[in-house]
Write a protein that binds this ligand. Sequence first.
Ligand SMILES: Cc1ncc(COP(=O)(O)O)c(C=O)c1O
Length: 356
Amino acid sequence: MNKLPDFPWDRLEPYKERAREHPGGMVDLSVGTPVDPVPPAVQEALARAADSPGYPLTHGTRELRAAAASWLLRRHGVGVDRADVLPLIGSKEFVAWLPTYLGATHVVFPELAYPTYDVGARLAGARGTAADGLLALGPERVDLVWVNSPSNPTGRVLPVEHLRKVVAWARERGAVVASDECYIELGWEEQPVSILHPDVCGGSHEGLLAVHSLSKRSNLAGYRAGFVTGDPLLVKRLLEIRKHGGMLMPAPVQAAMAAALDDDAHAEEQRARYAARRAKLRPALEKAGWQIEHSVAGLYLWATNGADCWEQVRQLAEIGILAAPGDFYGTAGSRHIRIALTATDERIDAAVTRLL
Ligand SMILES: Cc1ncc(COP(=O)(O)O)c(C=O)c1O
């Protein structure tokens, strides 16, 4: 294992303390943790499955896998066999361990990215390269390429042609492409496309994995619910390892996740909440001197006023708003901040009042 990075959130503490001093209390827009209720039907499904004394299957129930396959087809035009769905205890654990599962020696991830791609490479003792342009990598060996569309932190959506090129590049070299699609339901100005969509992969899932999460779509971050699907041979190999490793999703969570995947109404409701918060926050930040870049999808506004990111965090902390500094996500983010849409309507309104 390579050295792990320092946990960067500790560096935000002084700004958090400053923001807390605001008479109206802090508005915390630094993390993307859901604040709205778990849909009642999902809570009921969890409760109904509460009497689960036996070990659950690593592969998950048939119902859960069928619900995932049917959601992918219904919502994203992606056809997978339910045998090729593998439940995850939230997608983060999988992001962190996939390079180890694959025995990867070189992992490539986006320049501005969710830090766990880098952590995963380090856990595997692999080399990690932050690069958006794969062609610049030259002929060296790459085992795994991460893509993330819509992106955390930038809210950028990768067009079909871009994804197609990534797939072709990786297939030529025998590299696996893992696509982190945990924000796929949150397209605003642009609609994200799955790596497994026939327009991208030409109908074959060979060498491809799509990672999904219920954390944001269904407010299930606290349940730890996600799944991976794609190349049948890869999924089989991953299942084998996860069986041995005891990576079991609790049975009540499996039942809750199946209920969540079978219902689109609550996801639409949640989407509308985020859209309304975004519609308020975005113009308020712009009026206060911030420019919003990318942010056409996903759960964040990627903003800059030209100053160093920590200075921008300080400026917002003075008015009781906590943002995440862009350099948490890569050196290319040193002049940006990330603003999450995951706060209650009351807190978003408070932020807007303070910005105007
Ligand atoms: C890009 C990305 N991938 C994966 C995750 C992990 O989500 P979870 O473990 O809740 O499924 C997050 C969480 O914020 C994320 O932003």
